[in-house]
Design a protein around this ligand. Structure first.
Ligand SMILES: Cc1ncc(COP(=O)(O)O)c(C=O)c1O
Length: 445
């Protein structure tokens, strides 16, 4: 942890202040918050940066509500975070989805491609904005610079959900961050990949195409009027750490990640390639696949926790996601490697096949009968899943993992979707937070 932050946390109650004289005001900064945000903008390559005290969630809501007025189109990946749908519902924007083609690979390997975006821009010439993930939860980064060229040509705003990519711009060997691609707006969960406290995040403004006044008004709507100074100070500390030692710290993380990848490869686990066509992997996100083995990703994660005290970031039926962070060191790597070797000894091969078992693909994106904001404002009722085909969903349905929405409010429920939900209910029955018990769905009356 950064020295400044350690100092602050020695007496956390003393630092748990709010907007008293001398401590500036997050909603109209003129003093220390203004100064801290200005230095952050410089460090993160933005025109202007805004501190957030309710995660990237607030940033995404503010971003979409700034970019889109009711009825305006936003092109986005279907695999977007639920806060993005919160932004779509509150703004009244009309979503146009890109369903990534994972080309026969598990969906975890993919992100949007330049040709998919080009096609979507052609089909939606009136679109106001394009929103992409950089990286995805699994670390896959799109070719942001090419996406910038496409959106600039069409006068479309480039918005980036960089919740998991706060570190990208600090090392030349990592995939390009939104700053290098000159995005219009991007949000980073500083608390996820950098050293600030949980819930603290930043929204960065890059382009002059964004209405700055509207952005500031929107942030006032979504942010608390009682911001925690512990969170704000931790953002400043994280900025300082990265500005002073970002490259050096990331050199170490990249070295650890390369070692861990090589060990996983030698142990026979499938990994996401570092490059797949135009998409590049953020090496600090280390997903491995357990499809060759009888045990599930969840069982593998349990073994790692019990035997090696390794807490994974996420696991699913056939995968485990590990993260290497600025705080890890060689000792942690040695512990991880030992735990992985132990895990491999406990796993049983299904057969001789090398390729992972094919997974059921996600059902096609259903027809949007009405925009999400309209759907959430109509009278609704709860009915049994078995009776829902043909009805319009009044709720989001996203099954974790991965959390990709199967249904968004306003979409028509198809037999394929119901069949998918039933199949996942059976397959995920042993997973935590399983949807096994879910029998009903909320639909428009
Ligand atoms: C891709 C993505 N975007 C946004 C968010 C929301 O970030 P926060 O938890 O900082 O609000 C998350 C959270 O996990 C995420 O995975």
């Amino acid at each position: 942890m950064e020295g400044l932050l350690k100092l602050l946390l020695k007496q956390p109650l003393k630092a748990d202040l709010t907007e008293v004289p001398g401590l500036d005001n997050l909603h109209a900064p003129l003093g220390m918050i203004k100064d801290a945000q200005e230095i952050a903008a410089e460090a993160f390559g933005a025109e202007e940066s805004f501190f957030l005290i309710n995660g990237s969630t607030t940033g995404l809501m503010a971003m979409i509500n700034t970019a889109c007025r009711p009825g305006e189109k936003i092109i986005l990946s279907r695999s977007s975070h639920q806060a993005v749908f919160g932004g779509i519902i509150t703004s009244g924007a009309v979503p146009a989805y890109i369903s990534e083609d994972s080309q026969g690979k598990p969906w975890e390997f993919s992100n949007v491609t330049v040709s998919e975006v080009e096609k979507a821009l052609g089909e939606n010439p009136e679109a106001r904005a394009l929103l992409v993930n950089n990286p995805t939860y699994f670390g896959v980064c799109p070719d942001l610079k090419e996406l910038r060229k496409l959106t600039s040509k069409k006068g479309v705003l480039l918005l980036v959900d960089e919740a998991h990519g706060g570190h990208l711009s600090f090392h030349p060997e990592l995939p390009a961050g939104a700053a290098e691609a000159e995005a219009d707006l991007w949000v980073q969960s500083t608390h996820k990949t950098l050293g600030s406290l949980t819930q603290s995040a930043m929204l960065h403004l890059g382009g002059r195409q964004v209405n700055r006044e509207r952005l500031i008004h929107t942030l006032k709507i979504f942010q608390s009027t009682s911001p925690s100074y512990l969170l704000l100070a931790s953002l400043d500390a994280a900025r300082r750490q990265m500005a002073q030692r970002g490259k050096e710290l990331l050199d170490k993380v990249i070295f650890l990640a390369e070692e861990a990848r090589s060990q996983l490869d030698q142990l026979g686990f499938e990994l996401i390639p570092l490059e797949q066509g135009e998409c590049k992997l953020d090496i600090t996100r280390l997903a491995f696949f357990t499809g060759r083995f009888k045990e599930t990703g969840k069982q593998a994660a349990d073994i790692l926790r019990r035997a090696g005290k390794i807490q994974v970031e996420m696991c699913g039926r056939d995968h485990v996601l590990l993260l290497l962070t600025l705080g890890h060191n060689e000792e942690d790597l040695a512990a991880l490697v030992n735990a992985l070797r132990f895990l491999r000894e406990r796993l049983t091969l299904k057969g001789l096949q090398k390729a992972p078992v094919q997974k059921p693909s996600l059902p096609p994106i259903p027809i949007q009968a009405m925009v999400p904001r309209e759907a959430v404002n109509l009278p609704f009722e709860r009915i049994f899943l078995g009776e829902a085909a043909g009805r319009i969903s009044a709720q989001m349905v996203n099954i974790y993992p991965p959390g990709i929405p199967i249904l968004v409010p306003g979409e028509v429920i198809t037999p394929e979707i119901l069949e998918y939900i039933n199949r996942v209910k059976m397959e995920l029955s042993e997973m935590e937070g399983s949807i096994k018990g879910v029998k009903e769905i909320t639909v428009i009356k």
